[in-house]
Design a binder for this molecule. Structure first.
Ligand SMILES: [Zn+2]
Length: 279
């Protein structure tokens, strides 16, 4: 189930089901929150509070329930708790490959299978001949690495019931009581629930593949977030955090000496030695 398409479909429905314009952004944020739900009980609670809060947009609530939450629908598996860990929640990558195949190879026409397979082979040969390097590793921005290194050194992760938990900002250690409240979903208003969720990040850890997964916003949108990186560092699978922190050199800075200079004949020679003041 591609989460990107869910959001797109919902946005289209906003106008059709006349959802109040000023509610739209908030509704999308709440959907993000529902996406990160750790248990179905938690989702039920959130949905109850959500549907009560937006009861004036009853046709939208009905649509959403029928299309995205009902088990009769083919598209109800988009929450954290009923998705395989470490599975991409988007098929955008295939979409772009698909569009370039259509544009550059098949002229947007349907081809017989044997021809299509031939094109496919050519596509990949093209890639090989052009020596385009296919990306196999994720590159993280430097400042993200540094922030993650600091987080991992603080070791604020709590492991409980095969998940890791960390406070969103990574400034203080979570309490077991806070995790219990979060997992038990004992919130009475939508606002309280949303704010409670925003304080805690849930992470999965695949011991075999050495991959962490975070369900904060950037975690599931880009596959990269400071929590995921910090947990991977913390568990020692990716980088040594120590090497990432800039070390300051002691003592006076070394003087920069001139490189070779070009004389009138165009021949390189060493620069003339400067006379020191004393001599
Ligand atoms: Zn995260």
């Amino acid at each position: 189930m591609c989460y990107f398409h869910l959001k797109q479909a919902v946005k289209r429905k906003f106008a059709e089901l006349s959802v109040d314009k000023k509610d739209r952004t908030d509704i999308l944020i709440h959907i993000d929150k529902m996406r990160g739900m750790v248990t179905s009980k938690q989702l039920d609670q959130y949905w109850n509070l959500f549907s009560k809060h937006y009861s004036k947009s009853s046709s939208f609530i009905e649509y959403f329930k029928k299309q995205w939450l009902s088990e009769d629908s083919k598209t109800f598996r988009w929450h954290y708790f009923n998705c395989e860990p470490n599975v991409f929640m988007t098929n955008n990558i295939c979409e772009s490959l698909n569009s370039s195949i259509k544009r550059d190879w098949t002229n947007r026409e349907k081809q017989p299978l044997h021809l299509f397979l031939k094109y496919l082979r050519d596509v990949f040969f093209d890639v090989v001949l052009a020596k385009v390097e296919l990306k196999t590793t994720v590159e993280y921005p430097g400042d993200l690495k540094q922030r993650a290194a600091i987080l991992s050194q603080k070791a604020l992760f709590i492991f409980r019931n095969d998940r890791y938990y960390i406070e969103e900002k990574g400034t203080k250690k979570l309490t077991f009581a806070a995790i219990d409240k979060f997992m038990g979903a004992t919130y009475t208003t939508l606002k309280e629930f949303k704010e409670g969720i925003e304080q805690i990040c849930t992470l999965t850890w695949d011991q075999r593949k050495k991959i962490a997964n975070c369900f904060c916003r950037s975690g599931f949108t880009y596959g990269v977030c400071v929590h995921k990186l910090a947990l991977e560092m913390f568990l020692g699978s990716l980088f040594k955090p120590v090497s990432l922190v800039k070390t300051q050199r002691r003592g006076r800075k070394k003087k920069v000496s001139k490189a070779l200079v070009r004389d009138e004949d165009g021949i390189f020679e060493e620069p003339p030695k400067k006379q020191t003041k004393r001599s």
